[in-house]
Design a protein around this ligand. Structure first.
Ligand code: SF4
Length: 919
């Protein structure tokens, strides 16, 4: 906003306008005259000013009739009183000459070009009045070879105008530095890596370059810049907790392509390859398209929706009557919307009469919610992605953001490359490690020991913010006493990290003006997961890194709506809005609201449900969008649980490993076919908008649940996203100020007060629970290692890769599988040599639970004695090997510490470069 009209006013073609401090001439002109009033070629709103093409030239003068000079508007700062002339004869002639020269080196085959009608060069040429090109064609016209080597990315560099937008997108947005400009004059051209194809380069397929390219020089296989689309719909990516906004181009019921909105606050014109390219699963031939009921012979038979609902009603009513509500349970999904999760827990609690409702947050971030509630009172990120721009130190612990949360990972990388120190605490050399000032490569399972060392070093260095603690926190004395009693030499041995390395990192964090931590499943999926979260919270409190820009504790949520599923009450101990179900006042509140009794018996968490099924106490289970057989640990045990159930209902989009055990399958719609809201990792509630109609034969999960509620006699209206959201806003206090309309394009971050006032930074004046609470915990060895390490000498840790999300049901059915089409086992070269294993060999990975065969990947990314793999592919079924150890507070499985061993099965050759690059 204008501070002082006398100093922040300038003129465009004689008209006075206010401007913002830091505006370039082009910012100023675009704001007041509209983007495109002054033509540009090398400029793009998502990139820094470059000033290469000079097409945006304007004349400027300090006085209206003063001497003028010609400048490139995109990178010339605006000063008060400046007069800008955008349409003078001189600049019009200059622009026309520049564009005419550009066209000498560009094929004039617009009629057959994919971007015809949506080509910025075409638009600019028309705007500056090009009718003919007077110069001879350049040599580059002959280079018409297309690069079609990649699953998604394409290039045809004869269309290149050397604006370097793609190079800058690769540098400034993704930070991958794959593209560069090579040669001079007519020989200047864009190259990938060392002049390789897209497939052979280090490209991570984010598509930032193709979105930035003004022509079709760099594009994608989906012709995302073609004008063929008849509609564009803004929605939210389904894959991870970043919650990127997507612009989905459609024609009828066909999704054609996806781009990223430039004005998206979450992702600023960026996505990863999952969000931008991995959408072709939505109409894949494998989609379930009709309800299925299992027959006595074990075969599925197609059924009508009414038949399926009747079958469910009959069986669940019978089971409830015979065994009580506690014999029924539900598991919902973080890939479903808030509204769907809300309806799911409403059905299980109000109709089935049980608190046996849980969701996949149990197996990823339940320790975060639990731990942060204990420390701060709220189990959610304290700050926003925007704060990355304001922080002075970044601590990444147990997270691999460039693979798991790629757009946030890229944003972190950009900030780090500008000089912000990075501390990585991780057993693996993740992609961010080369950018890190400190890498504490601890032994898996020793987070608590390492964070205790870290806190003790801060204490010893005298960097504790005593004033903050006195004013805002409690129980410091107990924590301090615990730290002072630590045996640091012993902790060095346990973690495998020297105290000197820990001290340097701790001092870096504690002495920064603002330090921000990010953690992931490498924190939570341990036996001391929730305790580790509380220790991270301690670090923030003891250094005063809470309640202001650029600080805080920021979990990187796994799947896209992990935050929302828990917010909506899909956990046994807390209902919608995090009210404790054991509290009689809460029970009364829900009973008053819904008009039915609230279940009072404590509910089961997911692992307890499986045990109860095997023990015969749990008779019926309803699964919405969760493939527990593939993704939950100890798959043999999970399969046994599924087989033990009397009745299993699965709501799914594909025939998953779990759906095969179902008695009834209800075919659901994907995120591209439904509307509702997702809540991302920074508490931002955003609108999901249907881009196409549900695939014939399928229904959105929300509509299925409404129809089920109706079948059970509940007066539930048919599904509308705004209708269910309005109900949520009545019962969830931090949704009070949210309406479908006021979410707008960029959503709102909860808590949202009435009137739509949202919260970017939490705990500013005081913590949600009043005082921030310090906890001290001693490190304990994992029982998995205590029990099995003698027999299985390696520690296996599991995670995910850029191309796939957990069970990969959707990404496996896209071009992502051409890039990475199987799970790999990473092992250190020293271990590989000892075992006679080379990259590409097939190895047997085995543990006390079972064995799997995987392709080996020999890499120093892991230390000797450590193994790493993913569990994206059911043909490998890595969870046959993982165990049932879990976090002591929340029962989140211990995926990160598995006692295992490996041996060679047969020699082989590496298949995919992407997974071999660290060899
Ligand atoms: Fe964004 Fe995550 Fe989707 Fe990638 S997977 S586009 S980072 S929300």
């Amino acid at each position: 906003m204008v501070k002082d009209l006398s100093t922040l006013t300038a003129f465009i073609d004689g008209d006075a306008y206010s401007f913002n401090e830091g505006d370039t001439l082009l910012d100023f002109i675009d704001r007041h005259r509209g983007r495109g009033h002054v033509p540009t070629l090398c400029d793009a709103p998502q990139l820094d000013p470059y000033g290469a093409c000079r097409v945006c030239s304007v004349e400027v003068a300090l006085q209206a009739d003063g001497p003028r000079r010609v400048v490139a508007s995109c990178h010339t700062p605006l000063t008060a009183g400046m007069h800008v002339f955008t349409e003078s004869q001189k600049v019009r002639k200059l622009r026309k000459n520049i564009v005419e020269l550009v066209l000498t080196d560009h094929p004039l085959d617009c009629l057959t070009c994919e971007v015809s009608g949506n080509c910025e060069l075409q638009t600019v040429a028309a705007k500056v009045g090009i009718r003919k090109v007077r110069y001879p064609a350049g040599a580059n016209h002959l280079d018409r070879k297309k690069d079609l080597s990649h699953a998604y990315m394409t290039s045809e560099l004869s269309k290149c105008i050397n604006c370097a937008r793609c190079v800058r997108a690769c540098d400034e947005i993704q930070g991958q530095h794959v593209l560069s400009m090579h040669g001079r004059g007519f020989n200047a051209k864009i190259i990938k890596g060392l002049d390789q194809s897209f497939a052979d380069s280090e490209c991570v397929s984010c598509g930032a370059c193709s979105q930035a390219c003004p022509t079709s020089a760099i594009s994608d296989v989906f012709f995302s810049k073609s004008i063929e689309a008849t509609k564009k719909t803004r929605t939210i990516c389904t894959y991870c907790g970043v919650g990127c906004n997507l612009n989905v181009a459609t024609k009828g019921d066909q999704v054609l392509s996806i781009q990223a909105p430039v004005d998206a606050e979450v992702n600023h014109a960026h996505t990863c390859l999952k969000g931008r390219f991995a959408f072709k699963f939505y109409n894949h031939k494998d989609r379930l398209r009709t309800p299925l009921i299992k027959q006595p012979d074990g075969q599925f038979k197609e059924a009508t929706w009414q038949e399926a609902y009747d079958h469910i009603f009959t069986n669940l009513t019978r089971i409830k009557a015979d065994h009580g509500g506690q014999s029924v349970a539900g598991i919902s999904s973080a890939r479903c919307t808030n509204e769907e999760n809300y309806l799911m827990q409403k059905f299980i609690r109000n109709v089935m009469g049980t608190n046996n409702i849980d969701c996949c947050a149990r197996v990823c971030h339940s320790p975060t919610a639990w731990g942060m509630q204990k420390s701060f009172g709220t189990g959610a990120a304290t700050n926003s992605y925007e704060d990355i721009e304001h922080t002075r130190c970044i601590l990444v612990i147990g997270a691999n953001p460039t693979e798991g949360h790629p757009v946030t990972g890229a944003r972190l990388k950009q900030h780090i490359m500008k000089g912000t120190p990075l501390i990585v605490i991780d057993p693996r050399k993740i992609e961010l490690v080369p950018y890190a000032k400190h890498h504490l490569q601890l032994r898996p399972g020793t987070n608590v020991a390492l964070l205790n060392m870290f806190a003790r070093c801060i204490l010893d260095a005298g960097l504790v913010k005593t004033d903050f603690i006195k004013k805002r926190c409690e129980n410091w004395e107990e924590f301090e006493a615990g730290l002072r009693a630590l045996d640091l030499a012993e902790l060095e041995k346990i973690t495998g990290v020297s105290i000197d390395l820990v001290r340097a990192a701790a001092i870096e964090y504690a002495s920064a003006e603002a330090a921000m931590s990010f953690h992931g499943l490498g924190v939570t999926e341990h036996q001391q997961g929730a305790k580790t979260v509380m220790l991270i919270s301690n670090l923030a409190m003891m250094t005063g890194n809470i309640g202001r820009p650029g600080v805080g504790v920021n979990p990187l949520r796994g799947q896209n709506n992990v935050q929302g599923a828990a917010d909506m009450g899909c956990q046994p101990h807390q209902g919608a809005g995090y009210y404790e179900m054991a509290d009689p006042q809460v029970q009364q509140r829900y009973a008053d609201f819904y008009g039915v009794p609230t279940p009072t018996e404590p509910g089961w968490k997911i692992p307890q449900m499986f045990d109860a099924a095997i023990e015969g106490k749990l008779k019926a289970l309803w699964l919405m969008g969760e493939d527990v057989v593939q993704t939950d640990p100890d798959a043999h045990h999970v399969r046994h649980a599924m087989e033990s159930l009397e009745f299993l209902v699965v709501q799914e989009i594909f025939m998953t490993e779990t759906a095969k055990y179902a008695d009834v399958i209800l075919p659901a719609s994907s995120f591209l076919e439904k509307s509702g809201t997702f809540t991302n990792a920074e508490r931002r509630v955003q609108r999901v908008n249907a881009t196409v109609k549900p695939l014939p034969g399928t229904k959105p999960d929300g509509q299925i649940l409404c129809e089920v509620l109706q079948r059970f006699g509940v007066a539930q209206p048919d599904y509308t996203p705004d209708g269910v959201l309005a109900e949520v806003a009545q019962i969830v206090p931090f949704f009070k100020g949210i309406t479908w309309e006021n979410l707008g394009e960029n959503g709102l971050q909860w808590p949202v007060k009435e009137g739509g006032v949202d919260t970017q930074i939490m705990h500013q004046e005081q913590f949600t629970r009043g005082k921030g609470h310090f906890h001290f915990f001693s490190w304990k060895e994992s029982t998995e290692l205590e029990t099995h390490r003698g027999e299985f000498p390696f520690i296996l840790t599991t995670g995910r890769i850029l191309e796939h999300y957990n069970c990969g049901t959707m990404t496996r059915r896209t071009g992502n599988s051409e890039i990475v089409g199987q799970d790999y086992l990473s092992l250190n070269p020293a271990d590989a040599q000892r075992k006679g294993i080379r990259s590409g060999d097939i190895v047997r990975l085995f543990s006390a639970r079972g064995e799997v065969e995987l392709e080996a990947r020999v890499t120093d990314e892991v230390k000797p004695g450590i193994l790493y793999t993913t569990f994206h592919f059911p043909d490998a079924m890595v969870n046959n090997v993982t165990g049932q150890g879990c976090d002591g507070d929340t029962m989140c499985p211990e995926y990160k510490v598995v006692a295992a061993d490996v041996e060679l099965v047969r020699a082989g050759k590496p298949k995919k470069k992407r997974m071999m690059e660290m060899v």
